[in-house]
Design a protein around this ligand. Structure first.
Ligand code: GLU
Length: 310
């Protein structure tokens, strides 16, 4: 691993340069119309290390819609709140289905395959809605603390757009409720879920806020425990098998790190014992993963030899 600042920053810049036209191969998500209001050519990457270094290139300080990356924060909060009992309501297996698929949920009696597909994240949102008096505020506060930035906010335009076009997520939630696996009222669960998905953060903020997952649950900057070592292990395990939608196997082949992507075009990857990488470029491939983000992740992990499978 090369921790020399200028060297690594130069490498990141070179990787972005090599990718500068490849955003044209993807398509910005528009099933949530407000997400389409982004410049497709923006791209950034950052690397934060547990020993306190930070490297960034391109638009790494530009906030974007974190979307499904919020599922990582939500899961940690829910595990902190109700412990292992959550695993009776959601499983830890890859789904082999698109992230918003409903078919499996009926066969499997309202128990989502994992917490990072939409059904699972709605289940987690139910836990948060039911166990916090003001779950949206608690979520935002948690993220702001981790990122050490009070300015992180919810993009209200994205929130309203998700609410308006969220029928499939509503269907998932109602189906789970019909099986008795959702406690709170569905509109409250949806409102929480869409709120957390609508948070805007930059590559820099995401990489630094997730450092605890690369450091056995302890925030290396403050030495505070954010979750137990066992829970950090579980989150990383789930991200390894299911974090990249139905392309998680291919991501394990080409990158080899626990990771989570979102339809806003962000991807975070955890490198246990080293740090966190975040890449962002809005246009997506057919699985919902950022085209350029995937390429950047493969290139940087290869360059630095970071795969956990080596
Ligand atoms: N809010 C999005 C949805 O529920 C999140 C999807 C994603 O980023 O995977 O469809």
């Amino acid at each position: 691993m090369n921790n020399n600042t200028t060297d690594l920053e130069k490498k990141l810049q070179a990787l972005l340069l090599a990718e500068q036209d490849n955003f044209l191969q993807g398509k910005v998500a528009d099933y949530i119309p407000a997400l389409a209001n982004v410049k497709p050519e923006l791209m950034g990457i950052s690397v934060a290390t547990i020993d306190g270094q930070f490297f960034g290139a391109g638009d790494y300080q530009h906030p974007f819609s974190i979307q499904s990356i919020s599922k990582v924060f939500g899961l940690v909060m829910a595990m902190n709140r109700i412990g292992d009992s959550i695993w009776q309501r959601v499983r830890m297996e890859p789904s082999g289905q698109p992230f918003n698929s409903i078919v499996q949920l009926e066969w499997e009696k309202g128990i989502p395959r994992n917490p990072v597909i939409n059904a699972g994240a709605l289940l987690v949102s139910d836990v948060l809605t039911s166990h916090f008096s003001a779950s949206k505020l608690a979520f935002l506060t948690f993220v702001r603390k981790l990122a050490n930035n009070e300015k992180i906010h919810i993009d209200n335009q994205v929130y309203l757009s998700e609410l308006k076009h969220g029928n499939l997520n509503a269907a998932l939630a109602y189906l789970m409720k019909s099986f008795g696996n959702i406690e709170a009222e569905i509109p409250d669960v949806l409102s929480h879920y869409f709120t957390q998905c609508s948070i805007s953060m930059s590559c820099q903020q995401l990489a630094t806020s997730l450092l605890f997952l690369a450091n056995k649950g302890v925030d290396p900057r403050t030495q505070k425990s954010i979750c137990t070592i066992r829970d950090a292990h579980k989150v990383n395990a789930i991200l390894s098998t299911s974090g990249m939608y139905d392309q998680s196997g291919e991501f394990a082949f080409s990158v080899g790190l626990p990771a989570k992507s979102g339809v806003g075009g962000g991807i975070i990857a955890i490198v246990p014992g080293y740090g966190v990488i975040c890449a962002w470029s809005p246009p997506l491939n057919s699985y919902g993963n950022s085209v350029v983000g995937m390429n950047l992740m493969a290139a940087i992990t290869e360059e630095l030899g970071l795969s956990i499978y080596h």
